[in-house]
Structures are given as C-alpha cells and as structure tokens.
Ligand binder design. Sequence first.
Ligand code: AMP
Length: 182
Amino acid sequence: MTNILIFLGPPGSGKGTQAEKISEKFEIAHISTGVMLREHVDRKTDLGIKAKGILDEGSLVPDNLVIEMLKDRLDSEDCQNGAILDGFPRTLPQALSLENDEKFSIKSVIFFDVNQEELVKRMLERGRSDDTEESIKVRLKVYSNETEPLVDFYSKKNLLTEINALGSIDEISSTISELINL
Ligand code: AMP
C-alpha cells in the first residue's frame, strides 16, 4: 500500500516548491506530473510528442495517458515511504483512478488557496516556456472548470485541509509539516 499526499491548487500556487521541501523533510517521493511530461517532451518520447502542443497551449493531456504514466511512477522503489502528488489529480476521472485502486491510500489533500491576481504575477515571473499570457489564461480556465471541483470532492471525504498559500515559503512549509501525519 502506498501512502499518498495530494497537493491541490491552481497553477502558480507554490505546490511544486512546497512539495520539494516536504519530500526532503519527510523522505517521501515528490511526483510532479508536469515535470514528468516536460521530460517526455524534451526526450521526444511518443508521449512527449503527443503532449508537446497540449502543454504549450495550456490544456490538459488526456486522462488515460497521465494516469498510466503516474501509476508506473508510483510503482517505483522510492515511493515505498509514500509520495506527494503535485499536479495530479487534475480531473475527476484522475481522482477516481486513485480511489479505485487498492494499492493507494490517500492520507490527506492540501489545498493551496491563492487569489488569481497573485497567480498570474507569479507565473509571469517564473517565465517557464508555457508561462505565456495566453497559456496562463487557458490554464486558469482549465483549473476552474476541471480541477476546482476536486476541492469539493475531497472535502466531502474529509480529506481536505485548506492553507493560505500567500505567506513566505518557510511559513507555509511549517504549516504543512504540522498537518502531515503519514
Ligand atoms: P504543471 O507543471 O503542473 O503546471 O503542468 C504543466 C502542464 O502539464 C499542464 O498545463 C498540463 O498541460 C500538463 N499536465 C500536468 N499534470 C497533468 C495532469 N494531471 N493531467 C493532465 N495534464 C497535466
């Protein structure tokens, strides 16, 4: 059984930064589906070739492809102590793929709450190749249509804790550390 911690929140909310810190501190794996997909694009794998245009545009890679990629990754040795999922699930079918698999136990879902203005500012500062104004607009829209409903989904299961993600990196990371009970 693999224990899972989910970091849920809009793009630019600091999930990746926090996942990195928390994964070091608790010695659990950090899995970012965005990082994995960008690696596929760079390596020009079959998945990368399919995903490239989708990433540039800011929309979502099809569920079946992301689910398969993630499940393969969760089978690795370094996930035995548990894993933080950063950027997955992003849709209801992705969330259900975890629910319906007995190998996984979701311990907690941390929801990173940040207002839209701050998100756009942070993403433009980050300057990743998909951080163009056009793609940011699409990603925020996709987030509110596809991903935001998961806040309710996990809240109803009593798994969700909302944190104010506007503080300093260290403040937020100690808030999260106190919440974790893997
Ligand atoms: P991120 O680094 O989490 O912002 O992800 C970058 C891009 O990768 C997103 O805009 C999507 O195109 C794609 N992506 C990452 N995670 C997922 C996912 N769980 N489902 C579908 N697409 C994803």
